[in-house]
Write a protein of this length. Structure first.
Length: 726
């Protein structure tokens, strides 16, 4: 073979090697280029599905939404982000009883009927679970750059995303400087959850909320003004904060927001509020915090925040006593906030699972602090008394009571009691009855019975304090029963009467409350809907009972700062259908078994005997040992918490009675015990509020799967016996 032929053959081989190398190089380029394109397409698909899932869930929580509205929202946002509508499939997501999310694949969202309302629940494997979100899935087919040269003209990427609605945002900014009491919302169906009427769901329902007086904890009303900087409480600042809600900054559940003492008697404040009613901001809903407790008073008051709501102002009464604002709460979706806190018409929507799931369990422990202050007098001489009898004249007091009715027996016993008083040595008597029925704006009620009414049930001062026993007795003999049982209003009027202008310095203030115990009207005069015909403890009526306890606790405290309880309270349970725990909690605490403060009258004879015994105790009040009853936070209380895993942890409250568990898992937590010793008394018996119904350990708290702050509050009472040794 000659050299020329060998060279030609080598050249041919080189061309083959180069050609093969070019093919390999092109394949590598195809892999690199199309792999990068695959990543871009996958990322774009995921972004579009995230947007679609969030949009669908935002539509899901809007009142009145239909399945078609949710489906259209999903597809609209998918298309805007480059995914064809035909490639998208959307499903509802439910949550089972253990907190697990389940995609309902038995049908797409459209299969439930485009014109049908969004389902509240769906059935999976025979069990019904609440709908909590939307899951969106899609495929995307795209052309390749170079992969077609090696047999892959198109490639496909798959993706999915879910978004979940959490009720109750845990933080908010841009707020209107007004905090509303959580008791504004009632548990109307007895499920333990406060219900809220939003304008979207109930367009004609309005809330009238009454202004507190200068941030005072015990003032009437259920809303207070706020300031964003402690101490800056001028009316001018309040008006500025009303006009510019961006000044609020961001606040969270558990925060204590300082009160502002500016009130609606400031023209600048009135003008600012009016602007939201019929001015330039008319129709604009504002974000407001919801509070449960108030610490301090005046410029030092702090509102403890448990949630947030949206509120549209409708009208204002700047001349009433107390002044008020009327408005409508709104359904509200806040996509910037985490959910999981108490819901007041608010939902947050988040893509799930979040990048970082953080949960906290917080709570506040309060106690009914008892302070023994010694005997009324160290002598046995008569100490003058101011006594106001508070008599239930509701319809149930007309029930048979042996040969008489309850009201007839009460009249005889009361007049006999008054005749035992000694006006010549300083005694005075007064009379308050309830209900007083008045007309106002119409409202809805729902408990054991539902409806609406414009009747408000409060209390009436029949006789102010007077030395004229005959005058009061004449009033008593004219009484007749009718209406519901506003026990809280009766106690409030009794306290104001016995401590009012007629109260004499040096006289001991006493209230005697006779009732069949079935309170069923709130302190604002609205009935709960509890029929009150027979004793039962229903959650939907708890607000009326707590209002009565709150008023009694105010009376038994030391509001005037003289180191003594303002009022000594006796209670008499009349008949068989009464709430013994409520009337026992209202009464002053016993320090001598022979001098009780709580009684039960089973017939006319026992009622007469009870009033005679109280008259004897009142006339010998010098030997009475008094106790101040104070609503206080439980400082440095020792709590034991059992985690879902079964492990336990000891937790101590702060000086303000608060405790926090951070970075916890979802599941059921149990508070298995709590105890604190103050002034020698141990408080370790749980209740659902200060002076409220008894509870028992363990107290269960469910922490959900969503991020956020989960909250529980309870109170402690002492079961220790208290003896006056002075």
């Amino acid at each position: 073979m000659n050299q020329t032929k060998r060279s030609n053959r080598q050249a041919g081989q080189s061309l083959m090697i180069i050609a093969a190398g070019m093919v390999a190089l092109l394949a590598m380029v195809a892999v690199v280029a199309d792999a990068g394109n695959d990543y871009v397409q996958r990322r774009q698909l995921q972004n579009s599905l995230d947007a679609a899932a969030e949009a669908g869930t935002l539509q899901l929580v809007v009142s009145g939404s239909r399945n078609g509205d949710v489906s259209d929202a999903v597809r609209s946002y998918a298309v805007r982000n480059g995914t064809a509508s035909a490639d998208v499939t959307a499903y509802y997501v439910v949550q089972d009883t253990t907190g697990n999310s389940i995609v309902v694949r038995s049908g797409t969202i459209d299969t439930y009927g485009r014109n049908n309302p969004v389902p509240a629940t769906l059935t999976v494997n025979g069990a019904s679970y609440p709908v909590v979100g939307v899951q969106v899935e899609a495929n995307r087919v795209f052309n390749t750059y170079f992969a077609g040269l090696v047999g892959f003209p198109t490639l496909q990427v798959n993706g999915g995303s879910a978004a979940y609605a959490n009720k109750g945002v845990c933080s908010s900014g841009g707020m209107f400087p007004m905090a509303v009491n959580v008791t504004t919302f009632r548990d109307e169906n007895g499920d333990g959850i406060r219900d809220i009427h939003t304008e979207q769901a109930d367009p004609t329902f309005t809330y009238q909320i009454f202004e507190k007086d200068a941030g005072q904890q015990n003032a009437p009303g259920n809303f207070g003004w706020l300031t964003w900087t402690a101490g800056d409480v001028s009316a001018a600042t309040l008006a500025t904060n009303i006009a510019d809600t961006s000044r609020s900054g961001r606040w969270a559940v558990g925060d204590n927001i300082p009160a502002a003492t500016g009130a609606m008697n400031s023209s600048s404040v009135r003008s600012g509020v009016q602007d939201y009613i019929n001015g330039s901001k008319a129709g604009v809903a504002v974000t407001i915090p919801i509070f449960d407790t108030v610490s301090g008073s005046g410029a030092n008051a702090r509102y403890h925040i448990v949630g947030f709501a949206r509120f549209r102002l409708v009208s204002m009464d700047s001349t009433g006593n107390p002044k008020s604002i009327t408005g409508k709460f709104q359904q509200w979706v806040d996509p910037t906030a985490e959910g999981g806190c108490a819901s007041f018409g608010v939902a947050s929507v988040k893509i799930r699972p979040p990048v970082s799931v953080t949960r906290s369990l917080v709570g506040t422990v309060k106690l009914q602090k008892l302070t023994l202050v010694g005997r009324v007098s160290q002598t046995t001489q008569h100490v003058p008394v101011d006594v106001v009898n508070i008599l239930d004249t509701s319809g149930s007091m007309g029930d048979p009571f042996g040969s008489q009715t309850k009201i007839q027996a009460a009249k005889a016993a009361l007049t006999s009691f008054n005749n035992n008083m000694q006006p010549t040595v300083g005694d005075q008597v007064g009379l308050v009855t309830y209900p007083l029925i008045q007309n106002g704006s119409r409202y809805n009620y729902s408990c054991t019975q539902s409806g609406s009414t414009n009747s408000y049930y409060t209390a009436s001062v029949r006789n102010s304090l007077t030395s004229s026993v005959s005058t009061v007795n004449a009033t008593i003999n004219s009484l007749s029963p009718n209406g519901y049982t506003p026990l809280a209003a009766g106690i409030q009027q009794g306290r104001q009467t016995v401590l009012g202008a007629g109260h004499r310095a040096g006289s001991v203030a006493i209230m005697i409350i006779a009732s069949d115990g079935l309170a069923n009207a709130r302190i604002n005069g609205q009935i709960t809907g509890f029929n009150g015909m027979a004793f039962s403890s229903v959650a939907c009526n708890s607000g009326a009972e707590q209002d009565a306890l709150d008023q009694a606790n105010i009376a038994k405290a030391d509001a005037n700062g003289d180191g003594l309880p303002d009022v000594i309270i006796y209670t008499i349970a009349v008949g068989n259908n009464f709430n013994p725990a409520l009337l026992q909690a209202i009464a002053s605490r016993d320090t001598d078994p022979s001098r009780p403060h709580y009684f039960r009258a089973t017939d006319a004879a026992s009622m007469a005997s009870i009033y005679a015994q109280i008259a004897s105790q009142v006339q010998t009040i010098a030997s009475e040992c008094r106790i101040i009853s104070t609503d206080a936070f439980a400082p440095n209380a020792a709590l034991t918490v059992r985690y879902p895993s079964g492990s336990t942890q000891n937790v101590q409250t702060t000086s303000n009675g608060e405790f926090v568990l951070n970075n916890i898992e979802s599941g059921t937590y149990q508070i298995t015990g709590a105890s604190v010793t103050v002034n020698g008394l141990t408080y370790n018996a749980p209740t659902d509020g200060v002076g409220g119904a008894d509870l028992s350990f363990p107290l269960n708290v469910v922490v959900g799967t969503g991020s956020g702050t989960y909250k529980t509050d309870f109170a402690l009472k002492t079961t220790s016996s208290i003896t006056c040794n002075q």
